[in-house]
Design a binder for this molecule. Structure first.
Ligand code: PGA
Length: 261
């Protein structure tokens, strides 16, 4: 696992966007796994700006999002479909037919989850999965106790996630308590993982995910199992890490990061 600490949020975001853009440019029919949440908004703004500047081409890219609330239609402003259209898809040259999220209105939940897994497999698997981390350590909506071998399915959200996300809903109690999510096992199948963690609010959970024991109580810790994972943090989110000196030394001197310093 590579852990890269940038001095501020803007440079952490820029590095994340550059890693994604470079990967797409190296393989135009890229399969990109996407995440939602406040942290990712700036990443998508950066990718949209790079697309406008001709620095990254989404015309052949296919995307698969991690998760979607159950019970919200695509045109609900709190659905993740709406978020993705609003923050990324409407601003880049992607074919909307190549963008995928679970259907929050699906009546047969098991069939929807299976179809989502099948769509990713048919596409040849995810080349790069972008991840954030929740206050409770979740990746996607893999809440504490989610098996590391779990697959896409409907899940019940924790009170912690409810408290974190209900602020976006009006009234807050209208937030769905269930969601479809790729499983931890699904996420670990991606050929590369890029995780972005920013802000002091995430410092404690970042340290548990990156340096703590593997535990389903912090599903973000599963990233330690992945053979090609890079975690990018700003200085505030990295404040609880003991590996900071090594991480900085490696980023500043390992030739593989020369283009990104
Ligand atoms: P945030 O959410 O970016 O809004 O903090 C991240 C997450 O819950 O995965």
């Amino acid at each position: 696992m590579d852990v890269i600490i940038r001095p501020d949020t803007a440079s952490a975001v820029k590095l994340t966007a550059r890693l994604i853009a470079d990967a797409i440019n190296a393989k135009p029919d890229f399969k990109l796994g996407l995440a939602t949440g406040g942290t990712m908004e700036a990443v998508y703004a950066e990718l949209a700006a790079m697309n406008r500047a001709g620095q990254v081409d989404f015309s052949l890219v296919r995307t698969f999002n991690l998760d979607e609330y159950i019970g919200l239609p695509a045109d609900d402003p709190n659905s993740y479909r709406y978020y993705m259209n609003h923050h990324l898809f409407d601003h880049v040259n992607i074919d909307p037919r190549n963008t995928h999220l679970p259907d929050g209105m699906a009546t047969d939940e098991e069939a929807e989850a299976e179809a989502y897994e099948a769509a990713m497999a048919d596409a040849g698997g995810i080349d790069l999965q972008l991840l954030g981390i929740g206050n409770d350590g979740h990746i996607g909506f893999n809440e504490p106790l989610s098996s590391f071998s779990s697959r896409t399915s409907a899940r019940y959200l924790t009170p912690e996630t409810y408290r974190q996300n209900c602020v976006y809903f009006n009234p807050p109690e209208s937030m769905p308590r269930r969601a479809f999510t790729m499983g931890v096992g699904t996420i670990l199948d991606a050929r590369r993982i890029v995780m972005l963690i920013t802000g002091s609010r995430k410092a404690a959970i970042a340290a548990r995910a990156i340096e703590g024991p593997l535990t389903s109580m912090v599903t973000g810790s599963a990233v330690q199992l992945h053979p090609d994972a890079v975690v990018i943090l700003d200085a505030e989110a990295a404040a609880g890490l003991t590996c900071r000196e090594y991480c900085d030394d490696a980023f500043n001197n390992d030739p593989k990061w020369a283009a990104y310093r």
